[in-house]
Design a protein around this ligand. Structure first.
Ligand code: 6LW
Length: 487
């Protein structure tokens, strides 16, 4: 069996939060402007993760108003198991602020939100003092408030606690853990860009006073040429064998200088050991993980080809700001996905991949798009009798080329090819080739575009590429959608 590698959750899966119940691990990520929100994963080995649902999968749980900006919406959840149920605390920065949802089965259903009017700030954490049952909520900044997690009422006023190393920006992503005699406060600092780092402090009570680890930051890849960069926003978990692990976000920039990352911030795994003074030690995040003390459980992840035969869409399909059954359905034409005025896509998870769809645009206009956000997209669009490659970059919109095609369904294809070869300071991270495929599989390429313009370094924000199907006018139908990783 091949050794496990990082990232353990490739593609736009940032701000991981993890908990373990018996032999089972669960992990949640941020989802920003996309609906459904907060993908929820299960694993038996910390390496292979299967998406078992989305925490916020109905409009009563997740309101993303039409004005929700790219990288707005749902930020940084904390997932915990306490008192026989799963607790998830999170922020909707586009309305509603902080709230808690709970579930007895992490696959759902999750409750409707309990708002937290007394909790101000992003990246909320939940921790319980098992001795007196008090619940502590700690947010970026860093401040803390006691909470009744059942009613959402804050108890008393928030107070500041340890805010990381002097001078580093953006102390955030606090997570509080009781370990033996100490309460440990884990933080990210330095910002989510190349300066990102993880630091830790400990104190005798959940509120401190906190003494920083003398080796802070305990993890950072800043100023290195490590292929994984921006490492930070971590959470800790202990395996049943007593070993400790960290999940964290990082990026894999490609191309020359300054480097462009296109898959968003991904989830990585790192082993943690403890020194003689009781502080955690984390080596640089390895691309190849050490062999684990337990059997691997390769995930039974459903195939990436979707024939749209199921009544419900696979949980990996996401849409900006929301969707209604009328916008996306497979009931109009059984076994086909029907779209009108909608985009539905899945995260690009591999640096090189091929995406194809058999698409019927005889009664509308739409196609296949690679989307970094609302303003940064490439697409191949079909309408009766023609196929067109479009570019949309900020305020610039351009038609690259148009080809006449016979009426009837057409196979649209995008090949994403990562840049390899000698290092060139001007090279972009990848190229994207758009075209159509004939019945015999022959590819007719229409345009090849530089991928740097669909990167976070160009577009900004917190998300990554999403590739999917869209309709801009009328009604279109997709027979199937196929996402194939290429080495
Ligand atoms: C998140 C913050 C961060 O709230 O980015 O990298 C923000 N860390 O902790 C959005 O993901």
């Amino acid at each position: 069996m091949t050794s496990p590698t990082n990232p353990v959750l490739p593609g736009f899966h940032p701000d991981p939060s993890v908990c373990r119940v018996g032999e089972d691990y669960y992990l949640a990520c941020s989802s920003f402007e996309y609906f459904p929100g907060i993908p929820l994963f299960h694993s038996r080995d910390l390496v292979h993760w299967t998406q078992i649902g989305n925490v916020l999968d109905r409009p009563s749980q997740l309101h993303l108003p039409p004005a929700t900006r790219a990288s707005g919406g749902i930020y940084a959840p904390t997932l915990r198991y306490h008192d026989g149920r799963f607790w998830l605390i999170v922020t909707n920065v586009s309305g509603g602020g902080n709230f808690i949802v709970t579930a007895t089965d992490p696959a759902g259903p999750w409750s409707d939100p309990t708002p937290l009017p007394g909790v101000h700030g992003i990246d909320p954490d939940l921790a319980w003092d098992d001795e007196d049952g008090t619940c502590y909520c700690t947010v970026a900044g860093v401040s803390q408030v006691r909470l009744d997690p059942y009613t959402g009422q804050a108890i008393g006023e928030p107070y500041p606690i340890w805010s990381g190393s002097a001078g580093a920006k953006a102390p955030e992503a606090p997570h509080l853990y009781r370990l033996g005699e100490h309460w440990y406060l884990l933080l990210a600092e330095g910002g989510t860009e190349r300066g990102h780092a993880v630091s830790i402090a400990r104190g005798p009570t959940p509120a401190g006073p906190f003494e920083p680890c003398p080796r802070n930051p305990i993890l950072t890849h800043r100023s290195t040429d490590h292929p994984i960069q921006n490492t930070g926003h971590a959470d800790l978990v202990q395996a049943p064998d007593g070993s400790w692990w960290m999940v964290l976000l990082g990026v894999r920039p490609g191309g020359g200088t300054p480097g462009w990352h296109v898959l968003g911030r991904e989830t990585f795994l790192a082993p943690v050991r403890w020194d003689d003074d009781g502080w955690p030690v984390v080596d640089p995040v390895p691309v190849e993980l050490p062999s684990l003390n337990w059997p691997l459980h390769p995930s039974a992840e459903p195939p990436v080809r979707d024939d749209f035969d199921a009544v419900e869409l696979d949980p990996r399909w996401i849409s900006p700001r929301g969707r209604t059954v009328d916008q996306v359905t497979n009931k109009v034409r059984q076994g086909w996905l029907t779209l009108s005025s909608a985009f539905v896509g899945r995260r690009q998870q591999h640096h090189s991949c091929r995406v194809r769809t058999r698409f019927d645009a005889s009664a509308g206009t739409g196609g296949l798009a690679v989307r970094l956000d609302d303003r940064h997209q490439y697409s191949i669009e079909a309408t009766a009798g023609s196929v067109t490659v479009h570019v949309h970059l900020g305020t610039l919109r351009s038609v690259v080329t148009t080809l006449s095609v016979p009426d009837g369904p057409v196979v649209l294809r995008i090949d994403v090819t990562a840049t390899t070869g000698d290092w060139d300071p001007l090279a972009g991270p990848d190229t994207l080739t758009f075209g159509i495929e004939f019945f015999d599989g022959t590819f007719c390429a229409l345009a090849t575009l530089d991928g740097r313009y669909l990167s976070t370094e160009v577009a900004g924000g917190f998300t990554g590429r999403v590739i999917g199907l869209y309709a801009t006018g009328g009604t279109v139908h997709a027979d199937w959608f196929d996402y194939e990783p290429l080495s």
